[in-house]
Design a protein around this ligand. Structure first.
Ligand code: SF4
Length: 249
C-alpha cells in the first residue's frame, strides 16, 4: 500500500472517529431524522457531504439527508454543481438567489458577511421546512467555533459562539455541527487527498473579512507562542466559563 493511501486512510479514520464522537456526545442524529446538509461548495461542506455519503459509521441507519446549495448570485457562476450532485445520485436542491447584491450593497458595507449569512440562513430554513427536514447540518469546524468566539468578543461585545446543537423554531428544528471536534486543516487535507471538487463563490470580499483577520491573528500568535496550543486553548475555554460579572455595563 502506498504512503499516500495510508495518509488518507489515517485521516479518514481520525475525522470519522471525531465526527462520530461529536454526534454521540451531543446526540445530534436520531432515528427517523431527515438532515439538510448545507453545501456551500467549499472544501469543508464537500467533506461533510462525503462523510454523510459514506454513512458516518453510526449505529443509527434510518435517517435520510438532502444536500442543499444556496447560489448567492455572485457574477461568475459555477453551474457544474448540478452535474456533480446528479453524478453522486444524492437528493439535492439548488436555490438561486440574489443575496450577493444585498450583501455588497453600500448600505451593508459595515458588515456584508452578516447580511449574507442572515439571508442565506433564511433560505436554508425555508427549504428545510419545504422538505420536512428536522435537522440542518453545517460543516462548521473547530476553527470556525474559535474564530466566531473571538469575532463576537472583539466586534460584538459578547461571549458567544456556534453551538454543536442549536434549537430553532421552538425545538421543531435543530442545527447540528458534526465537525465540532475537527480542525480545518484536516478537512482541507482530506478534500485534497480525495480530490473532491470545489465550487468557488467568487465573492469579492472573501479573504478580507473579519473572520480572515481573526484567523490571521490566531496564526500569528501561534507562531510566536511555540509552547502553547493557542487555538486549542481558546476552544477549551468554552468549557471553563467562570461567570463572575453579573452587573450590566
Ligand atoms: S465572504 Fe462573501 S460569501 Fe462569504 S459570508 Fe462574506 S459576503 Fe458572504
Amino acid at each position: 500500500m502506498s504512503e499516500k493511501y495510508n495518509v488518507l486512510r489515517r485521516l479518514r479514520r481520525t475525522i470519522r472517529n471525531r465526527t462520530e464522537k461529536a454526534i454521540h456526545d451531543f446526540d445530534m442524529i436520531r432515528p427517523g431524522d431527515r438532515v439538510l446538509i448545507g453545501v456551500s461548495g467549499g472544501s469543508d461542506s464537500m467533506c461533510l457531504l462525503q462523510f454523510f455519503r459514506e454513512g458516518l459509521g453510526l449505529l443509527i441507519h434510518d435517517y435520510s439527508f438532502l444536500a442543499v446549495h444556496i447560489d448567492l448570485g455572485f457574477e461568475k457562476k459555477d453551474t457544474s454543481m448540478d452535474s456533480y450532485f446528479n453524478a453522486l445520485g444524492v437528493d439535492y436542491r439548488i436555490v438561486k438567489t440574489d443575496i450577493a447584491s444585498s450583501a455588497l450593497d453600500p448600505e451593508a458595507k459595515k458588515n456584508p458577511c452578516f447580511i449574507c449569512s442572515l439571508y442565506r440562513r433564511r433560505e436554508i430554513y425555508h427549504v428545510a421546512k419545504q422538505e420536512e427536514c428536522n435537522k440542518i447540518a453545517y460543516a462548521h469546524h473547530k476553527d470556525d467555533i474559535v474564530e466566531t468566539l473571538l469575532i463576537n468578543i472583539l466586534y460584538g461585545r459578547k461571549i458567544e459562539t456556534m453551538q454543536p446543537v442549536q434549537e430553532v423554531f421552538s425545538g421543531n428544528m435543530f442545527i447540528i455541527r458534526p465537525f465540532t471536534y475537527i480542525d480545518e486543516s484536516m478537512l482541507k487535507q482530506f478534500a485534497r487527498e480525495m480530490k473532491l471538487p470545489m465550487f468557488e463563490k467568487h465573492c469579492p470580499i472573501a479573504g478580507h473579512t473579519r473572520r480572515d483577520k481573526v484567523k490571521q491573528m490566531i496564526r500569528t500568535l501561534q507562531q510566536q507562542e511555540k509552547n502553547a496550543n493557542i487555538k486549542e486553548n481558546i476552544f477549551k475555554s468554552i468549557y471553563h466559563v467562570n461567570v463572575g460579572y453579573s452587573k450590566k455595563q
